[in-house]
Write a protein that binds this ligand. Sequence first.
Ligand SMILES: Cc1cc2nc3c(=O)[nH]c(=O)nc-3n(C[C@H](O)[C@H](O)[C@H](O)COP(=O)(O)OP(=O)(O)OC[C@H]3O[C@@H](n4cnc5c(N)ncnc54)[C@H](O)[C@@H]3O)c2cc1C
Length: 499
Amino acid sequence: MTVFEVPALRVRALVDRPWRSKGDHVVYWMTSTRRGGSNFALQHAVARATQFDVPLIVLEALRCDYPWASARLHRFVLDGMQDQRRWFEERGIAYHAYVEPEVGAGRGLIAALAARACGVVTDEFPCFFLPRMLAAAAAKLAVRLESVDSNGLLPLRAAPTDFPTAYAFRRFLQKSLAPHVQSAPLADALADVRLPSGAVPEPIAKRWPMASDELLRGAERALAALPIEARVKPVELRGGERAALSAMRGFLDRKLVDYEEQRNQPDARGTSGLSPYLHFGHIGVHQVLGELARREDWSPARIAGVTHGRKSGWWNMSSMAEAFLDELVTWRELGYVFCSRRADYASYDALPAWALETLVEHADDPRPALYSLEQFAAAHTHDALWNAAQTQLVREGSIHNYLRMLWGKKVLEWSRTPREALATLIELNNRYALDGRNPNSYSGIFWCLGRFDRPWPERKVFGKVRCMTSDSTAKKLDVSEYLARYSPPRERGLFERAE
Ligand SMILES: Cc1cc2nc3c(=O)[nH]c(=O)nc-3n(C[C@H](O)[C@H](O)[C@H](O)COP(=O)(O)OP(=O)(O)OC[C@H]3O[C@@H](n4cnc5c(N)ncnc54)[C@H](O)[C@@H]3O)c2cc1C
């Protein structure tokens, strides 16, 4: 394998035809790894374009009919598109950002670009509508289509199966991850490459035009013209690779040192805030590990060979770095592997048997309160802390990590059935959270109902599923500032009718 080649385990043929050496260009269809740096799929596409000595055309498209499409999510992706446009322009590569103006308008674009291509490279993402979208494209394309997995440190196909707990997965990682840590994507796959210059063929650019500057800026008027949910408004946080790298550096410079102690404190804002960037592919886990390694003066040669399954000790880094990596790698990739292996990852019946059983046994327990989706969405419960968490979600597109667990657990307790609770959580999380619609969304939501957890002492409603209370949370954490910041005056919920 040359330094340029991507590990074979990360590449999958979706249309298994030979590469056409006489094609006009190679297409990289960027769908989830939305960045220029440290991107295995881009690296693979550059390698193929170099091999055939043809231009590379990068297409980054944004549909308007993906589930929960909104001004908030669109704006975050558009921020990234601006960064990508600059990144590829600086390297003389044709980059086409296409933003669908109406449902179905983008149909045919990838097939048109593929028609005269040597082949098409795209990203692999194990959840949401993306696997379906790629399968549909594969059924239509008559050229080679390969998807490349840039999701985690562990290639998805290196996992033999899904894992029931973080402990089981951690033990597997401790045995198997080391060789994969060595093969990171190139920081800039175009750095030492001279490709012939290319452009999107004119008839294609005419029918599916490049997004305007106004749209890429996320201007209110341009967003308002799109058939997407305008009431889920853009948030202050900006998307894109540059914002992601700066968030990562800010976290490592100032907050990592207190990560173990402050992670749970809502007012300390002690976590990285990287989840939206990781979700949209604006930053990759290899970039974060690389920066951490530099600061810790660490290299993979330092990995300790322990396989005890404990959170610390394997990386042989400082305890704060290991605590962070346990979230970023163990917990994050546990969910990615689960979604890649389990087509039923979003289904209630995919809960562990003990959880299904205990929830049935407690189905008739009286609930201390009952709320509908509309009441939850509008933060209309009796519980000030829960309402504050929901208000943060609606306003800022995120909930502080610890309170997010409480938020989820209470929806289970205050819904008519666990199935209804699950539907409510998926709806609220995926609609409002910037980092929603991700494997971790399903890890977190299903964890509230028992996934990746073990049975606990039995309680009403929860049965053996772990329960949490607002009172104990308030005792454990300092929530006063949080409550002041996110308490009323509240905003009208999306599901409320106008008076
Ligand atoms: C009900 C519920 C819903 C959730 N929904 C989402 C979601 O939609 N998207 C999402 O990315 N995470 C979700 N999580 C997991 C977790 O809350 C977030 O990943 C974390 O709060 C993100 O903040 P951060 O980036 O500052 O995390 P940090 O503490 O800085 O952690 C760094 C990274 O590690 C990963 N990570 C951290 N905690 C977890 C965890 N418990 N499970 C899996 N990965 C983790 C994330 O990628 C995170 O960005 C959910 C958790 C719960 C309980």
